[in-house]
Design a binder for this molecule. Structure first.
Ligand code: SF4
Ligand code: SF4
Length: 162
């Protein structure tokens, strides 16, 4: 009997090698865990204390990677973004959060990039957008049939976090 072979690996619809790494710039908080810092220390052959001091800083109570100015996007980007190749200069030692990003089979920036490049017939088009989160308060309410509905009230704006 013929055997059915299925490929259960999720299909990926983006190619980071064809993208200028917007995700390494737009998120101003790339969180690092203790394990990430240990990996960085090992990668650079420095002590953990030194890795913490050189490569990370505190931001809103979280330890995150440091950033430097990126001319291409005219904003700060992760200090480990290689501005020439637009790739990660510590690829094998990058934090877990970077390994998992975007966590789905599509990358919204890549979709916009491809769309605009095709639409404008120009491979140099560089879409820029901003991600702004708003804190919302969730209020439970009931409609006239007694079904649960939610009301969302706007709160403060927050900066983007990877
Ligand atoms: S923005 Fe998307 S496609 Fe571009 S480098 Fe990041 S994950 Fe890859
Ligand atoms: S560590 Fe690498 S993949 Fe992660 S944000 Fe920095 S440059 Fe990008």
């Amino acid at each position: 009997m013929a055997k059915t072979i299925t490929d259960d690996k999720p299909r990926i619809h983006f190619d980071c090698t064809k993208c200028p790494a917007f995700c390494c710039a737009i998120y101003e908080r790339v969180q690092v865990t203790k394990r990430d810092i240990n990996r960085l220390a090992k990668h650079f052959g420095v002590t953990v204390e030194s890795a913490i001091r050189r490569y990370t800083k505190m931001h809103s109570g979280e330890r995150v990677l440091r950033r430097t100015h990126d001319e291409l996007f005219d904003m700060d980007a992760c200090m480990f973004l290689d501005h020439e190749t637009r790739g990660c200069s510590i690829y094998h030692a990058r934090p877990k959060i970077c390994r998992e990003y975007p966590g789905r089979s599509r990358c919204s920036y890549y979709d916009v990039l491809q769309f605009e490049r095709k639409q404008q017939d120009d491979i140099n088009v560089l879409p820029l957008f901003q991600i702004t989160f708003r804190e919302v308060k969730k209020d439970e309410q009931r409609d006239d049939k007694g079904e649960k509905i939610w009301e969302w009230k706007q709160g403060k704006r927050r900066k983007a976090k990877r």
